[in-house]
Design a protein around this ligand. Structure first.
Ligand code: GLC
Length: 596
């Protein structure tokens, strides 16, 4: 009886709480002018914010710092405290408006709060898919959320719940897997992790971003292309499932995709954005556009704004010419091409999310969390994620290595390159090579793992070892793979290793010592004679800053448990290749992974 009474109490409190919020929202909405409403639907990128006073003047609802935007022009080397000062300053401009509606600051905290110098950088989603550990993924989102809260960025454009079906896509690494159920569960875990700390999550990019057909994308490749499906059942099974999981975990925002479904741009797809998402699935958060995406719609700018808003976009990531957007939408409402009911619906959703996530009570950064950004405690979890993400594809009496060998030679520029380890979306949009942030490279991790008498020789290009083959080391660790990229910049006709790495591997072909290949990659790659390149092959994906997670596996402190979240093709002719295909004959199948 007591238990029942308790449940009843909780339930009535929750309903009271939500009624309370909806009453507050209705009250606020009734006081708002059209300008104030349209302001809430406007998102500006910080690099285009001409004058912070514009936040007050135009009642702006949101500011973001996209891929290459920073509080100052120091190329992204901005620490947490400076980010917090900057975002709090902009918040103060929003709170100077008549109704004091707080702005919500958006950031791509997609593998840690990557834009903040010194933040913990976790493995990209492809690695989390290989680890496939729900609790860990939720924990990572929680930690990332704390590193967002510390700077006052209460909205992350994550998790990406793309179901990537073609390795030629430059965003394959942002996807957990080709399997919609793995994507759904890990995506939901991250939604929970972010939002339990008070950070608004954003499931993206709705709908079918990972299913575009090669040749229909930008520059005739794949990103932002067309997801062609024979019938809606396939579309739902493959791409809608992750959103059903996210909505059932109360995700507050969803980002529309640049891509199209059967030739119709998602940003103008009223059936999928409104009828399916908001009516059928009862999504009661708000839909944000992608970066300048409405301008890819047909027609004039007026047509684009009209069609996007009427289709169900609630907030527009303009992100540059915001005054033009505001004036255009105002005109459309005054000429009744966009009904005021649509505006009210969008603003109601935005205000509800802001209220539910506590922004009205606590609009500023949480400075008590500043010291946790990039802390040892956070990095420990990142190292655990790296360990669990490693997939061992081959091991012929080689691994684990002893820690007291006489000599290990390390080869490959990527062995000493945090930028390659982290990949795209790290400080800057495309990422960058080099050791520009705090972390542990693979070379440093190897040196930390072995006994003091073990000699570690770094032969970046492999020239030395290829020449004097008389005195062979006990083992050669070759680190090779892809250099950083993001979005369409990573689209490939044939995804493969950097040619500089291929030539290094060529050089070492006849060297008789035990060879271990550590592959840094955002996706399965097409590599000639891949199986015979080394005696052991570890896929490290894009592990982030904690390189010791890789040496935990190499030196046996952790037995590899990672499983392939994507099918590994034999050749590019097989692409796209996914589990369940007819005559499915990959080089390594989905779910493959060896252990000790
Ligand atoms: C980008 C991406 C999206 C990201 C947004 C803001 O173009 O498509 O994933 O969240 O812009 O940076």
């Amino acid at each position: 009886m007591k238990f029942l009474f308790k449940i009843l109490m909780i339930f009535s409190c929750l309903t009271l709480y939500s009624q309370n919020i909806s009453q507050k929202v209705e009250k606020l909405l009734s006081q708002m002018t059209l300008e104030e409403k349209i302001g809430q639907m406007t998102q500006i990128d910080s690099s285009y914010l001409k004058d912070p006073e514009d936040i007050t003047k135009y009642f702006i609802g949101s500011v973001l710092s996209g891929g290459n935007s920073y509080p100052n022009n120091n190329e992204g080397m901005t620490k947490a405290k400076d980010w917090a000062d900057y975002i709090d300053k902009l918040q103060n401009y929003a709170l100077k408006t008549r109704l004091k509606i707080p702005l919500v600051y958006g950031i791509d905290a997609v593998h840690g709060n990557q834009k903040v110098y010194g933040a913990t950088i976790f493995p990209h989603n492809v690695g989390l898919g290989a680890a496939n550990d729900l609790e860990l993924s939720e924990k990572i989102a929680e930690i990332t959320a704390k590193e967002c809260k510390a700077i006052g960025a209460y909205w992350t454009f994550a998790p990406c719940v793309a179901v990537s079906r073609d390795e030629r896509w430059g965003r394959a690494y942002e996807s957990f897997s080709e399997d919609p159920i793995i994507v759904s569960k890990l995506g939901a875990a991250q939604v929970k992790g972010f939002q339990k700390v008070g950070i608004i999550a954003c499931a993206k990019h709705y709908l079918g971003d990972g299913g575009t057909v090669f040749g229909t994308g930008m520059k005739g490749l794949i990103d932002q292309g067309d997801t062609l499906v024979k019938d809606e059942k396939d579309l739902r099974k493959l791409y809608l499932t992750p959103y059903i999981y996210a909505i059932s975990n109360n995700v507050k925002t969803i980002m529309a995709s640049f891509s199209s479904v059967n030739g119709l741009k998602m940003h103008a797809n009223k059936y999928l954005l409104t009828d399916v998402l908001k009516k059928e699935l009862k999504f009661n958060g708000f839909v944000v556009s992608d970066w300048k995406a409405i301008e890819q719609l047909p027609g004039t700018y007026e047509d684009q704004v009209r069609d996007a808003i009427n289709a169900g976009i609630d907030m527009v990531m303009v992100p540059d010419n915001y005054i033009n957007f505001i004036n255009t939408l105002k005109k459309l409402v005054e000429s009744k091409q966009v009904k005021i009911e649509r505006i009210n619906d969008a603003v109601r959703r935005i205000l509800t999310v802001k209220m539910e996530m506590g922004l009205f009570e606590k609009p500023f950064s949480d400075r008590t969390l500043i010291d946790s950004v990039g802390s040892e405690e956070h990095r420990k979890i990142a190292r655990e994620a790296v360990r669990k993400s490693i997939v061992m594809l081959k091991n012929e009496n080689t691994l684990p290595l002893a820690k007291n060998l006489k000599e290990i030679v390390v080869v490959g520029q990527k062995a000493d390159d945090l930028g390659s380890q982290c990949g795209g979306w790290t400080i800057s949009w495309q990422g960058r090579k080099g050791n520009f942030i705090p972390g542990t490279t693979i070379l440093e991790a190897i040196k930390k793992s072995v006994d003091k008498n073990t000699k570690i020789t770094y032969d970046s290009q492999g020239n030395k070892i290829a020449k004097d083959t008389k005195k062979l080391p006990d083992a050669i660790i070759i680190v090779a793979g892809e250099s950083p990229y993001a979005e369409f910049m990573g689209d490939r006709t044939i995804p493969t290793m950097d040619f500089s790495d291929i030539s290094i591997i060529e050089k070492l072909k006849n060297v008789k010592a035990k060879k271990i290949l550590v592959l840094i990659t955002g996706r399965p790659l097409v590599i000639d004679d891949f199986k015979n390149i080394a005696d052991a092959i570890l896929i490290a994906w894009l592990p982030g800053t904690e390189g010791e997670g890789i040496t935990d596996v190499i030196f046996g402190d952790y037995k590899p448990t990672g499983k392939l979240p994507f099918s590994w093709p034999e050749s590019d002719e097989q692409l796209p290749i996914n589990i369940g295909d007819k005559d499915y004959k990959p080089l390594f199948p989905f779910g493959f992974g060896l252990t000790y």
